[in-house]
Design a protein around this ligand. Structure first.
Ligand SMILES: [Zn+2]
Length: 720
């Protein structure tokens, strides 16, 4: 990194570098090069040399601490910074570095006073230093699953770091907003409400807003709460206090403030949104939770274990994806452990959801790595329910001879799987709606979710004072809380790919739906929260609003809302071309596929194909859409249009696209005895490509059992 001698000196003297620490420029440049080239040992030796002649220079000191940090010497780095901090308590670089190191070393709460000081001192004077601190706070919060805090610090980092890291921070933001593990109302944007300039607490509210603006959320939250106590009917003050507390990672306190905001507001929609956030945070921190657990069982041989599982219907095969972590041993197999075998359809007519197996655990079998002295191990993961314990027990019985040591239990970090409030446990009991059930799957899934809604309606809930939704329906004092409970259920079902008819539930409980928003055509709608987005009258939006809202819907992914937005886009050709028609048809297809609406998925594939056919230079797109429609229809080989699509693919595309040829060959291999038309000579696939068991890089409907709850991978033709 080149050092500009006409910039202010990094030592903080306020003079230009040329007239201050000019004597050490050459050496410091050399050191920064060593740091950039990942040679921290050499950098350390060099900085220690300079430090002898410049023992009290904050520039040298902070770089010293930085190098120690790069070497993993966190304690030494902190000691060095503590020393500097004593002599230069207001030096922005010193304060920002000290806060960062303390955060890494002692955690958020212990480091908080220093962190606040850093934001106060450095927000304008050392934006890069403190931007790095904000980025680290985003990381720390994200790991502890304080999602609202993580997002807020990420936006702070984006403001402070500017262009330099925009791309990375923006991608991180999209990942957070689209993370389906987080209930959707807690995701994406939430902004503080402004306080009226002529209000009685304007001065204090301004102060709170300005310190929140420099990321001092703890103190800002305390000021908002104090003035909210003085103006108890000003609900937005309570909401501001709640947001600041959530951003300060004090979620139980945030929940309390959201409850107060809900209680204070006369506006039903505002109250319901605050109460929904409160209930979600309460559930997240409920004292009675079911923890995710991992049981590691060392085994003699992965392949012999798989031999033992072979043909056992309680172990449902999942596709294997190797872990991205290069250190992890290779995965030999993955299975879902079921509590019973999948019933055969022919036995006694249609299957009821009660007969379907529940998923009790996930089994991952790791191969041994002898050269690294790593044994083979079977790992069972799941929520610590009685069904999980049962699964562990039956696995141990089955694998008895292969087990070498007693199983070990490990806690799973909340960043991988979150604990679940016991109240929500019934909905997280996953059923295996396997592809074996074919077209009836959707119906069975619908019945299952009707059953879950029935359970929900009659189960006591902490948010309703231990009463059930049905028993408080019609009681005015529960109106807001009940409506919020409905949205909590909706967010759980969204997360689990469930099918819930929100309007029907609302009507049955005697509630009024939330009133739609009425935005003026000029509003960009980019700061609406997820629950506000749901209230948008999509067909009344201006074109640019619709495109904006689509971009947000595509990230947040609330299926019901995204469907509405995309269907509206199709009615407006000018908008459709702007966002790309393929993406819209693919998005609608994917949601239909996720929801097991096979006919709808096929219809969208057909429309996508027809749209591509009208476009110029469409060979590749037409090929993808034709193949997609064929694969969807081929799930049911009796579909009358399968033959025609097969003909088109084999005549036009297979000769030029090897992947298409492979898919067709596989289809022929699987269906030649069932479908007489496949045997006629003129349909033979013209291709030299060797048949592959799974078509490389191409998606097949039957190739993805995808029972994993919450998986929300949007598939696009042409993508992996
Ligand atoms: Zn200087």
């Amino acid at each position: 990194m080149a050092i500009d001698v006409y910039e202010l000196c990094p030592c903080g003297s306020g003079k230009k570098l040329k007239f201050c620490c000019a004597g050490i420029i050459d050496e410091m440049t050399k050191i920064s090069r060593l740091q950039a080239n990942d040679q921290p040992r050499q950098a350390l030796a060099a900085i220690e040399r300079i430090e002898k002649s410049n023992p009290d220079n904050p520039w040298v000191g902070t770089v010293h601490a930085e190098i120690l940090l790069a070497l993993g010497e966190v304690d030494q780095a902190q000691a060095r910074l503590d020393e500097l901090l004593k002599r230069h308590p207001d030096h922005p670089n010193v304060v920002a570095r000290a806060a960062l190191v303390m955060l890494l070393n002692q955690g958020y709460r212990a480091a908080q006073p220093t962190i606040l000081r850093a934001f106060q001192k450095c927000f304008t004077r050392a934006p890069e230093q403190v931007g790095l601190l904000a980025l680290t706070l985003y990381d720390v919060m994200g790991r502890s699953r304080f999602v609202m805090a993580a997002r807020q610090y990420l936006t702070v980092a984006m403001r402070l770091l500017g262009e330099k890291s925009r791309e990375n921070t923006f991608l991180a933001l999209l990942r957070l907003d689209g993370d389906s593990r987080t209930a959707y109302p807690l995701r994406s944007v939430q902004n503080l409400s402004p306080y009226p300039a002529d209000g009685p607490s304007a001065a204090e509210a301004n102060k709170a807003a300005s310190i929140a603006n420099i990321a001092c959320y703890g103190p800002a939250g305390r000021i908002y709460a104090r003035i909210a106590e003085q103006e108890p009917t000003h609900a937005e003050l309570w909401r501001n206090a709640a947001l600041c507390r959530a951003w300060d990672a004090d979620e139980p306190a945030a929940a309390q403030a959201f409850h107060k905001a809900a209680g204070a507001s006369q506006n039903f929609e505002f109250a319901v949104e605050c109460e929904t956030l409160a209930q979600l945070l309460d559930l997240k921190h409920a004292s009675d939770r079911i923890a995710p657990t991992e049981v590691d069982i060392p085994i003699r041989s992965a392949s012999r274990l798989l031999g033992l599982l072979e043909g056992n219907e309680l172990f449902f095969t999942l596709p294997v994806e190797q872990l991205a972590d290069g250190e992890a041993p290779p995965i030999a197999a993955r299975r879902l452990v079921l509590d019973r075998a999948m019933p055969k359809e022919s036995e006694s007519g249609p299957i009821a959801f009660g007969e379907l197996p529940s998923i009790a655990a996930t089994l991952t079998v790791f191969d041994a790595v002898p050269e690294r002295d790593i044994e083979a191990v079977a790992v069972l993961t799941g929520l610590a329910t009685p069904e999980f314990e049962q699964a562990v027990e039956s696995f141990q019985k089955l694998a008895d001879d292969e087990i070498t040591k007693a199983p070990e239990r490990e806690e799973i970090a909340a960043s991988d799987i979150e604990p679940i409030a016991r109240e929500l446990a019934p909905y997280f009991r996953r059923k295996l709606f396997s592809a074996a059930l074919g077209s009836k799957q959707r119906t069975i899934q619908e019945e299952w979710w009707k059953h879950l809604v029935e359970i929900w309606s009659n189960a006591p809930q902490a948010a309703l004072d231990g009463k059930s939704p049905t028993s408080v329906a019609g009681d005015a004092q529960y109106r807001v809380r009940l409506m919020a409970a409905v949205y909590v259920l909706d967010s759980v079902s969204e997360r689990l790919n469930g099918i819930v008819d929100l309007e029907a539930i609302i009507a049955r409980l005697g509630l009024e739906p939330l009133r739609p928003l009425a935005p003026t055509p000029a509003e960009p709608l980019s700061s609406l929260s997820p629950l506000q987005l749901l209230r948008l009258p999509v067909s009344e939006l201006s074109d640019s609003q619709l495109v904006n809202v689509y971009r947000r819907a595509a990230v947040i992914g609330i299926r019901r809302f995204a469907t509405r937005v995309m269907e509206e886009l199709i009615n407006r050709p000018q908008c459709l071309e702007q966002v790309g028609p393929d993406r819209i048809y693919e998005g609608l297809l994917e949601i239909a596929h996720q929801e097991e609406r096979d006919r709808d998925a096929i219809a969208w594939a057909k429309k996508g194909r027809e749209h591509a056919a009208r476009s110029p230079q469409n060979f590749e797109r037409l090929c993808k859409w034709t193949l997609t429609e064929f694969l969807l229809r081929a799930e049911d080989p009796d579909d009358p249009e399968v033959a025609e699509l097969f003909r088109t693919l084999s005549e036009y595309y297979a000769p030029k696209v090897p992947d298409v040829a492979r898919v067709l060959e596989q289809f022929v291999a699987e269906n030649a005895d069932k479908l007489p038309w496949l045997r006629s000579a003129e349909l033979l696939v013209a291709s030299g490509a060797a048949p592959a068991p799974t078509p490389g890089g191409l998606w097949t409907p039957s190739g993805s059992p995808a029972p994993a709850a919450g998986s929300k991978k949007i598939w696009l033709p042409g993508q992996e």
